[in-house]
Design a protein around this ligand. Structure first.
Ligand code: N2P
Length: 384
């Protein structure tokens, strides 16, 4: 548990750096969570069944919730949860911004929470409905991107690094040079994927070159752009959603990957078998640490039901079951004690960063320049 302290230590400078950040109030309408003063509850769980909608719409990353949990929730509350998938914050945000998306709950990453709050795209949370919020590890609350968790609560956290199949490497990769240096690229040409992500991909290149993933230095960004353009002919595909299967089936031998998707490649998912030769590591130069969060969309038609579902996900046994399925790191402290041996073994094998690895991880942040700079950079790389 000591690494939690380290995580906190990592956050302190960030918090200080963010002190001057603008905190514009959201323009989102207040949550229409109904009359919560005197709820007419059916059960002892405080949920007013008369306020529940029949359906809830969840907009989330792929392979990011155990389908059994949706069935169990429906069995208990009679609410059917429809899931739609996105594969990057940058593809999700415009859908929400357009309005009338129909989505109730969305799962933005840290820096995307910052953007969405500034733009009024997230409804303030009604904490009185989140009675299980105390299960969240206090050291993972109140982070730089939502300092009082007014608009989001942690869902899963993890890292971005390299997943590889040990059968195809004489020695395990240790550096991002494996995917950026021409001599190394020749060896894995068309047999590796990069994430399809305007912050993660430049982020990997920036870390390789010894820079901050949040740099706004145009000379540095130009250098990174050239590196990515030179890499592109060797990349089998930019993919954030099917990497788990591509690694498991050995369609690719290496992937720029999020920790849990590597775990899913190792252990399998649903009826799809895993591949024990897949390993995950954070290269010597470092990697990215991130937190994905549950939030209510500003124009969600079912805000009360959205809170009930979020509170359900915060139950320790539900959070543990979900974690055993998605294999990212749970911020739910009592759930951690309930995880399966298999999950803990995968954590131990690298899905959970140890103390020294933590020192090499960077958070992505947004500021007034980053959205445009990275969007333009990514457009120039993908347009090539
Ligand atoms: C799950 C994707 C995790 C998102 N497939 C990383 N921010």
């Amino acid at each position: 548990m000591k690494h939690w302290l380290l995580l906190f230590a990592l956050l302190v400078p960030l918090l200080a750096a963010c002190g001057g950040a603008p905190t514009a109030p959201t323009t989102a309408p207040a949550a229409s969570t109904g009359d919560t003063d005197a709820p007419a509850t059916d059960d002892m769980d405080g949920v007013d069944r008369s306020q529940l909608a029949d359906q809830l719409f969840l907009y989330i990353w792929s392979d990011y919730i155990d389908p059994q949990i949706l069935e169990d929730f429906e069995a208990e509350y009679g609410v059917r949860v429809t899931v739609d998938l996105f594969d990057s914050n940058e593809s999700m945000i415009p859908r929400i911004r357009a309005g009338n998306s129909g989505y109730d709950i969305v799962v933005p990453s840290d820096y995307a929470v910052q953007s969405m709050v500034l733009d009024g795209l997230l409804a303030p949370l009604d904490k009185s409905l989140l009675t299980n919020i105390g299960n969240l590890d206090p050291e993972l609350m109140n982070l730089y991107f939502d300092p009082s968790n007014e608009h989001s609560i942690p869902y899963f956290w993890g890292t971005s690094g390299l997943a590889y199949n040990q059968k195809f490497f004489d020695t395990p990769p240790t550096s991002w040079s494996t995917i950026f240096e021409p001599a190394e690229l020749e060896k894995i040409s068309n047999r590796f994927t990069m994430l399809e992500d305007p912050r993660e991909v430049p982020g990997a290149a920036l870390i390789y070159k010894g820079h901050s993933v949040n740099t706004t230095d145009t000379a540095v960004l130009a250098e990174v752009q050239e590196l990515l353009i030179a890499q592109k002919p060797f990349v089998a595909s930019y993919d954030s959603s099917n990497v788990n299967f591509k690694l498991a089936t050995e369609e690719v031998v290496l992937a720029h990957a999020w920790s849990g998707m590597a775990g899913q490649a190792m252990s399998g998912i649903d009826d799809k078998p895993g591949n024990p030769d897949v390993k995950f590591l954070i290269p010597d130069e470092g990697g990215i640490i991130w937190m994905d969060n549950l939030a209510v969309v500003f124009d969600s038609p079912n805000k009360y039901t959205a809170h009930v579902f979020m509170n359900y996900l915060l139950r320790p046994e539900v959070a543990a079951q979900n974690t055993d399925w998605v294999l990212y790191l749970t911020p739910n402290a009592p759930a951690r004690e309930l995880l399966s041996e298999d999950t803990l073994a995968l954590y131990e094998a690298g899905l959970e960063p140890d103390e020294t690895t933590m020192m090499r991880l960077q958070w992505i942040e947004r500021n007034a320049q980053t959205d445009e700079l990275f969007s333009d950079l990514w457009t120039r790389v993908t347009a090539q």
